[in-house]
Design a protein around this ligand. Sequence first.
Ligand code: FAD
Length: 326
Amino acid sequence: MQSLAIVGAGIAGSLLARALQEKYQVHVFEKSRGPGGRMSTRRSSDSSWYVDHGAQFFTLREQSNSQFLEKLELNDVFATWNARVVYFKDCGIFEESPFREPHYVAVPAMNSLCKKALQDLKVTYNARITELKREDYGSWSLLTEQGAVFDNFDWVVLTAPVLQSVELLPEDFENRSLLATCKMESCFALCGPVEEESSWDAAYFHDSSKIRWMARNSSKPGREGESFYVAHTDSDFAQKLQALEKTEGLKLFHKEVKRVSGLDFRLENSFGHFWRYARAQNSIPGDYAIDSRLQLAVASDCFPGTRVEGAIQSARSLARKLSESV
Ligand code: FAD
């Protein structure tokens, strides 16, 4: 059986690993201490709360994408989120209407989908891959920032945010320069309890506010523990907050959330998280990038669909392609 290294345990990497486990000897490498990537969940040390601070929900517009999750037996780890959704304008609610299409969340937490997908698979956490080396005899070695070497891989698939994958790709990888044209937005997340709870579960901000989105995490199915809210900024405000000293940044974020939504985060129990590469602004044609000569490929949310569903689609299509190659 050929061996396959997958860099990244976000949704794209986790689904690929599960889909290919019977065709390849799969080994996943993840720089963080757990799976999920941008479908992340942060837990308190005493487990009294947990909150999704990255992706908030996902769509399944393409039937083939939902069939893919079904085939991988992952249907029991996500559910529909029936939220009370409002739209803010000029610091007040101007409209209330339900989501226009089904919005799904993994249960009980956003990272549960990746966790289940990787169950019983070989995953090395806390392993940031810093170099891919093609040996003279054609196989790949992966080097970690701690200096560990993992070798003898026939194939490598990179699933990091695309601009980070590009840094690892050899210069002669087909379509490397095309992948590098993807622009990515940043986002800052503020998560915490609030003084007085809202009447709504999810809020969009349709004016010039620097806040894009807010949600009551506990309104999602399967969530237990203390009630937590999450707020997300636009890309410019995220960069500005990140440039400030940490406490200053959180205070400014808090002030803006209060101004536009009226919600008062209890700052002493809140935390912030900066996502440098949150979302793709433009998509790259195709569902994945592959260089069959090098036996190297990229799956990512930078392809059409972008977002979680884009990553699912990329994993699905690349899994089919790699299944056919053996
Ligand atoms: P990722 O989730 O980024 O996974 C890549 C993994 O690779 C990560 O775990 C990372 O740690 C790892 N990695 C990176 N470099 C290395 C390395 N060198 N070595 C080892 N491991 C490495 N999408 C939606 O559909 N709906 C939403 O509501 C939504 N909201 C969002 C809100 C925020 C704040 C953010 C940040 C994103 C949001 N998105 C949303 C986008 C969505 O999260 C992504 O499109 C999707 O999760 C991408 O999945 P992925 O597997 O392609 O990449």
